[in-house]
Design a binder for this molecule. Structure first.
Ligand SMILES: [Zn+2]
Length: 89
């Protein structure tokens, strides 16, 4: 399942959305900011694509990892997530 990060252009908040299917969510699909409800959000580089470029994981494992990262992204600063990822290697 693709994971997309979005950044609000109004307040700078970064949030994550899982797309239910590749077909239903196009390249231009955006979500309103959960904090300020601005429609001016921009999609960032997909973490699925980033993880996929590293290789070594099945799609199922990637999905599980992405879900784990997404949960952590709500409670941990980015630097902590990077530490976690580095420790897993
Ligand atoms: Zn916002």
């Amino acid at each position: 399942m693709p994971v997309y990060d979005y950044q609000c252009q109004n307040c700078g908040h970064i949030f994550t959305k899982l797309s239910r299917s590749m077909q239903s969510v196009g390249e231009s699909a955006t979500w309103p900011c959960p904090l300020c409800e601005s429609q001016d959000t921009r999609r960032l580089l997909s973490r699925v694509a980033i993880l996929g470029s590293l290789g070594g994981l099945t799609p199922g494992e990637q999905a599980a990892q992405n879900a784990q990262y997404e949960r952590q992204s709500h409670i941990l600063p980015k630097s902590k997530i990077d530490e976690f990822r580095a420790a897993k290697k």
